[in-house]
Design a protein around this ligand. Structure first.
Ligand code: HEC
Length: 174
């Protein structure tokens, strides 16, 4: 009698262990899906004419002083009203759903400096990403961008030489 109870308990425990692992995995998948809510990688829309001529000042992509200042802007140290990290995450891991993950190189290499600058300046309509041009000077926008850029390069300063514009849509041509 007692023997069978022990056997039963052992079996029960092993079932519980397995289901805990399963639940854990399911939870993890759910978590990743919820946090990674960025959707498929799509090229950004074409940059408006007024931003097309804007470019990162020479040498700024890799200038440690510029990047350091960009970091201060990004984490809200420069101005508490400007805290990119409150959504995009201090270490580039988004903390708010849908916020762009700058570590995703495949996406960020589709952004020219002008497009990236335009988005910081004017925001993305119908999303939590607002326009920052009232709060950040042009120089500050370039600085914060130089800092953001390092996220897709393992935190190391880098020229944006991996910029690769998406091929124009083939459909409907000719
Ligand atoms: C309140 C949350 C929030 C804050 C604060 C915020 N962002 Fe964003 N950001 C977002 C979201 C959400 C998106 C994704 C928008 C979309 O769906 O295209 C985004 C997208 C972006 C993009 C990519 C735009 C695109 O076309 O995909 C850039 C660049 C960016 N943010 C930079 C910044 C910078 C720089 C700051 C600080 C000055 C900042 N963000 C502050 C939420 C935020």
């Amino acid at each position: 009698m007692g023997g069978s109870i022990i056997t039963f308990r052992k079996e029960w425990e092993s079932i519980m262990k397995r289901s805990t692992v399963t639940l854990g995995i399911m939870g993890l998948i759910g978590f990743l899906t919820a946090c990674g809510g960025e959707g498929p990688i799509q090229p950004p829309p074409p940059v408006p004419a007024e931003y097309a001529g804007k470019h990162m000042p020479a040498g700024w992509w890799t200038d440690p002083k510029i990047i350091e200042e960009g970091k201060k802007i990004f984490i809200g140290e420069f101005n508490i009203d400007v805290n990119c990290a409150s959504c995009h995450g201090k270490d580039g891991k988004p903390v708010k759903r849908g916020a762009r993950d700058f570590r995703t190189k495949e996406r960020m290499m589709l952004y020219s400096d002008s497009t990236w600058f335009w988005r910081i300046s004017e925001g993305v309509p119908h999303t939590k990403m607002k326009a920052w041009k009232e709060k950040l000077s042009e120089e500050d926008r370039w600085k914060v961008m130089a800092f953001e850029h390092a996220f897709s390069h393992e935190g190391q300063p880098s020229e944006h030489t991996d910029y690769k514009p998406a091929a124009p849509a083939a459909a409907g041509s000719k």
